[in-house]
Design a protein around this ligand. Sequence first.
Ligand SMILES: Nc1ncnc2c1ncn2[C@@H]1O[C@H](COP(=O)(O)OP(=O)(O)OP(=O)(O)O)[C@@H](O)[C@H]1O
Ligand SMILES: [Mn+2]
Length: 270
Amino acid sequence: MVELDDVFGDIFADVEAVVLFGPSGSYYERLQEIEDLDVVVVGTENTVGAETFVELPIEFQNVAERIRFGLEGAFEQEIIDDGDDLACATSVFDDDIDTISRVRADGDSQTGIYNLFAKSRADPDVIKSVLELAIELGKKGQKGKPVGALFVVGDAGKVMNKSRPLSYNPFEKSHVHVGDPIVNVMLKEFSRLDGAFVISDSGKLVSAYRYLEPSAEGVDIPKGLGARHMAGGAITRDTNAISIVLSESDGLVRAFKGGEIILEVDPEEY
Ligand SMILES: Nc1ncnc2c1ncn2[C@@H]1O[C@H](COP(=O)(O)OP(=O)(O)OP(=O)(O)O)[C@@H](O)[C@H]1O
Ligand SMILES: [Mn+2]
């Protein structure tokens, strides 16, 4: 007699750990009862109070991205090792877990997406707020028209030294921070205009309308994209800032660090 377990059981047989994506208290508790099994919880919040937890900066809609981010985080936190076989349990359709994916941890295939948030100079919450803002701006556009925007986050002093003003700075003497609802409205309004926003490590709006003049050249950017992405990429090689760029032409949001594209998301999927 062949049972379903004989056919599909291989997917979770002999795994080093179960990586549970999303809040699911009952699964977490039941898994805890299995002897010698490590359970890692990944999510935007640790709602189950898991001992071993990896925080997601956004709720990735793309499952492969969600898993990749979670595993990079687990790898960075030394929860999992290179070569570990893992059963990743996540939801594809609803909120409930409906899918198990067997993945082998591969230290060489790190994209740096976890480092973008957890190991940048800027506060992770600041990066998260700016990413959310760019996604929202990409979804809605400005009065129905697509808009582009460039946010440079962290290492603001150096970024200011490698840029110059295109117009008066509306944030000159203000003490406003990203995440503040009023600031989000202001940023959306200003995003129609040229140049970059410069944001400090702690999220203070340092300047709008900055023309970036990074010295690094030849950053690899996808074909069809131009000066905004080139400057946004290059400034992150020249400084310890990261940048988040919304493209007016293809509508995607990209994050750069160390001159490389670390993340590419379609706002329509969020
Ligand atoms: N060095 C720079 N610093 C800051 N902003 C810049 C810089 N270069 C270009 N921009 C801004 O980017 C806008 C779009 O430029 P461009 O079309 O060359 O960029 P892009 O990478 O193709 O981006 P998009 O996909 O949004 O069109 C410009 O109008 C300008 O506001
Ligand atoms: Mn363009």
